[in-house]
Design a protein around this ligand. Structure first.
Ligand SMILES: *Cc1c(COP(=O)(O)O)cnc(C)c1O
Length: 411
């Protein structure tokens, strides 16, 4: 499917690619606004899953037989597709993991093994729990110190405060590219450059950016970039850790087992080279292959067309929502993606979510795995509508009517 000629952005045709969008919930057409939690899958990916288990299933990297070689080739071709999409220098800088959480845990354990007591790690106040807890666990194990970049009321990192936190003890900065709760797009290029000035490495949590923006890991110059397959129109249970070769080579294995070894004796085991050193055991072969397909699917489009469409949706939704009295948008940065989080005075987000669901509308309510952020705003949670490129203005109109009705019942 790779070609320089990109597919025209035709919303009707795009929607036809996603069978899950053609269903009713409680007798209403499903309106899926929970893309920040997970995305729906195009038929192209579903067919690839079906084809893999129907015709290609075999274990990889071991068999001499035809099927095993076919599965191995597809698995490695997928790595190549993903490396090319991220503009990684080498294919073996792409490690298959279970997802963002698993990728971050890998780095926290493996890169973490190179750290010592007193070393400092910087995260931000808007991180997902999966970019907080692994670092806290590392700090407990090793005696590292965790520092947190504060945010302002609009939900933006305070860059001067970040620069004050950086010093020669800083070993790693681990921040999200885009906040799953606020939609804020962080200035990651600047963040990375400043960290490198003090010799620190940088991990970018790309769980919310890979599906919305063009990612070029060399242009960003990040040391690690991680994301989950399921948020980028691929399967669950598969994700990516990109790491610079030189760094991955210095890091010890995370888990031991098959495939990650060169030679095993009871006296001593030598480890396999990259990327296999970090892929112990039988991986999620179907997931890895089909994540490659999801990236191919996405790559048919101009990502700028996707970005524009989604931003227009978010602006439209936000403007309509702001006409309601007592409604507050949480996350008011000008530099935002297609996430609209809000609270309404005197109304619990959960009640709103439940009433919207009864009208066929899927939104997320709660703390979105960012409890410290909720504490900062002194709220229990928000209602979050998060859009993908297959959503439409017509869906937002229906959502607003449903919202009005739900509010009427609650107020
Ligand atoms: C979803 C998400 C994660 C965790 O991803 P998993 O797929 O649950 O591992 C981490 N960070 C951000 C910003 C996310 O949105």
């Amino acid at each position: 499917m790779e070609s320089t000629q990109k597919r025209k952005f035709n919303i009707r045709e795009i929607r036809e690619d996603f069978p899950a969008l053609r269903q009713t919930v409680y007798g209403k057409n499903l309106i899926y606004f929970d893309n920040g939690a997970t995305s729906q899958k195009p038929q192209f990916v579903i067919d690839a899953i079906n084809r893999y288990y129907s015709k290609e299933n075999a274990n990889i990297h071991r068999g001499v037989h035809h099927l095993s070689q076919k599965a191995t080739n597809e698995y490695e071709a997928s790595r190549k597709t993903i490396a090319a999409y991220l503009n990684a220098k080498k294919d073996h800088e792409i490690i298959f993991t279970k997802g963002t959480t698993d990728s971050i845990n890998l780095v926290a354990n493996s890169f973490g093994a190179l750290l010592k007591a007193g070393d400092e790690i910087i995260i931000s106040a808007m991180e997902h729990h999966s970019n907080i807890v692994p670092w806290q666990m590392l700090c407990e194990r090793v005696g590292c110190v965790l520092r947190v970049i504060p945010i302002n009321k609009k939900g933006e990192l305070i860059f001067e405060e970040y620069e004050k936190l950086l010093n020669e003890k800083t070993k790693l900065v681990s921040v999200t590219h885009i906040s799953n709760t606020l939609g804020t797009i962080n200035p990651v290029k600047k963040i990375i450059a400043s960290a490198h000035n003090v010799g620190a490495k940088v991990l970018i949590d790309g769980a919310q950016s890979i599906q919305h923006k063009k990612i070029d890991v060399q242009a960003l110059d990040c040391d690690f970039y991680v994301f989950s397959g399921h948020k980028v129109f691929g399967p669950t249970g598969i994700g990516i850790l990109y790491g610079k070769e030189e760094l991955l080579n210095k890091m010890p294995p995370y888990q031991g087992g098959g495939d990650m070894i060169a030679k095993v004796t009871f006296e001593k085991t030598t480890y396999n080279e990259l990327p296999f050193k970090f892929e112990a055991g039988t991986p999620h072969i179907a997931g890895a292959i089909c994540l490659g397909r999801a990236i191919e699917y996405l790559n048919q489009f101009n990502i700028e067309d996707i970005e524009q469409h989604e931003l227009a949706l978010a602006d439209y939704a936000q403007d309509l929502l702001l006409t309601f009295e007592g409604l507050h948008i949480i996350g008011e940065s000008k530099n935002k993606t297609s996430v609209v989080s809000f609270v309404v005075d005197g109304v619990h987000p959960f009640d709103l979510g439940t009433l919207l669901d009864k009208q066929g509308i899927a939104v997320r309510t709660g703390h979105h795995c960012t409890q410290p952020l909720m504490d900062f705003y002194k709220i229990p949670g928000t209602v979050r509508a998060s859009f993908a490129f297959y959503n439409t203005k017509e869906e937002i109109d229906i959502f607003i009517k449903a919202f009005e009705k739900a509010l009427g019942m609650l107020k």
